[in-house]
Design a protein around this ligand. Sequence first.
Ligand code: NI
Length: 158
Amino acid sequence: MAVRIVREHGEDILRERARSVKRFDDVLQRLIEDMFETMYHYHGIGLAAPQVGVPKRVIVMDVDGVKLALVNPEIIASDGEEVDTEGCLSVPGVYGQVKRSAEVVVRGLNPDGTASELEATALLARCLQHEIDHLDGVLFIDKAIELEPVAGSEAGSA
Ligand code: NI
């Protein structure tokens, strides 16, 4: 496993649409392991593959006791609205208030290629929406109602 370099706002890869994963091979398993290690290293709660320079539809997160990796994730249902604070490891030093769906149902594939579907609320729902946006080249600063500079740690960013 290895901590990979986190790409920052201004790099083209963060603005591209990531490609669907078709091969569930060792390269994918290593990517997922490295994404977890990178996320934990920087005290983030979620990470999308483009953030480590890989344009594939893969996300990982560890939120409120739920640790998961999802491949080719899609939001298939959403409900409600909630505004809360977000940060991103790719946009250091800035937090913002972002409106998101309060509940989402996400379908995707597990790292072994089996189907997965989960319902999420609160921070897990927010993190899923934030990471899936990364796969479409969207950053939270595009959606933020208000941005605030924050000195120091990016803990809790995604
Ligand atoms: Ni992010």
